[in-house]
Design a protein around this ligand. Structure first.
Ligand code: UT7
Length: 319
């Protein structure tokens, strides 16, 4: 029994906000700095009232249409997000309500930029156990809400968006192997170190990051976990047709591909178009490559995430 992806969808809100647009909005930056250091050319940002569940809904509808499934047929809904609509109920329950599904097992997963990889792996384990048959797994974020627009070292990096996949129990190969890790000792190099208590914000409600430390950590663990996942599946890295790493920074992506001995024409890159959308980044890139025909049935695809916690993980699947 495998868990197999049968539909993919994604959604980016509004129109692209270019690096130049950020300058016009008053951020002390320039296109050359952002493109050279990160590869990012644009990001999408929700209107002030926009929510994660709304982005998740659009991406989910597209994935369900691609799968030819009705939302009522889902028995598992997982949303990976660090920017939930509310403290509770979960964004997954809000999405479930919007989709009109009643009764499915439904919850959020919080693993920041590794969230989609965590959620996909959890869904696969539910399906392989035989308890569930049809799952919707979503990565959705409104990171613009937790950005300090006075901090040019972080605010230019992130964007809003959502991506979703529908998984089904199948005899045909789907997910071949996965690996998930975390090390809380590194919690302070990327965090939003605040909370709400008695109606007050306690601590700092904005994203804070030690960019250089995150960069080094990401390059090391993304290559390590990819090798671990390949070994678990009995697949050589050079048998991978497509690598889809977390879309945070083109230099991290290139360094990971190099460590794995993969040429960049086997790597899906969309970070230029939407910046770092945290848990949404991997399904956004997956959807782009499925829709433009690069990813074909039967090909081997490696998905990878790394983010706050610190968390990291990989999923190797046959599409
Ligand atoms: O999901 C994981 C999320 N995080 C990441 O992927 C981030 C990983 N880290 C990185 O991608 C890089 O560390 C950054 C892109 C964040 C920064 O690149 P860097 O090469 O480490 O730059 P830096 O922090 O050393 O900054 C160099 C200079 C500084 O100026 P001085 O002090 O050398 O004069 C900054 O003030 O660049 C300046 N700077 C900027 N200049 C224009 C910082 N941000 C900007 C900006 N525009 N937006």
């Amino acid at each position: 029994m495998f868990a197999r992806i049968i539909g993919v969808g994604s959604f980016l809100p509004g129109s692209a906000v270019t690096n130049h647009d950020l300058m016009l909005r008053g951020v002390d930056t320039n296109d050359e700095w952002i493109v050279t250091r990160t590869g990012i050319k644009a990001r999408h940002l929700v209107e002030p009232a926009g929510t994660t569940s709304e982005l998740a809904l659009e991406a989910s509808r597209r994935a369900l249409t691609a799968a030819g499934l009705n939302a009522s047929e889902l028995d598992l809904i997982i949303v990976a997000t660090s920017t939930p609509d509310f403290i509770f109920p979960s964004t997954a329950c809000l999405l479930q309500g919007k989709l009109g599904n009643h009764g499915a097992t439904t919850f959020d997963v919080q693993a920041v930029c590794s969230g989609f990889i965590y959620a996909l792996t959890i869904a696969e384990k539910f399906i392989r156990s035989g308890s569930h048959k049809k799952a919707l797994v979503v990565g959705a974020e409104v990171f613009s809400r937790i950005l300090d627009w006075q901090d040019r070292a972080t605010c230019v990096l992130f964007g809003d968006g959502a991506g979703a996949v529908v998984l089904e129990a199948s005899d045909k190969p789907g997910i071949l192997a996965s690996a998930l890790h975390a090390d809380g000792a590194h919690h302070n190099i990327l965090s939003v170190p605040g909370n709400v208590c008695s109606g007050q914000v306690i601590g700092d409600p904005f994203l804070r990051m030690d960019g250089k430390a995150v960069f080094k950590f990401a390059v090391r663990v993304l290559a390590e976990v990819a090798y671990e996942c390949c070994a678990a599946a009995g697949v050589e890295p050079n048998e991978i047709d497509w690598l889809i790493p977390h879309q945070a920074n083109i230099r991290i992506i290139e360094a990971t591909a190099k460590k794995m001995g993969l040429s960049m024409d086997k790597v899906i890159v969309t970070v230029d178009q939407h910046g770092n959308t945290s848990a949404a980044s991997v399904p956004l890139a997956l959807d782009a490559a499925v829709r433009d025909g690069r990813i074909k049935p039967g090909q081997k695809v490696m998905l990878e995430g790394v983010g706050g916690g610190f968390t990291w993980g990989a999923v190797l699947l046959e599409f």
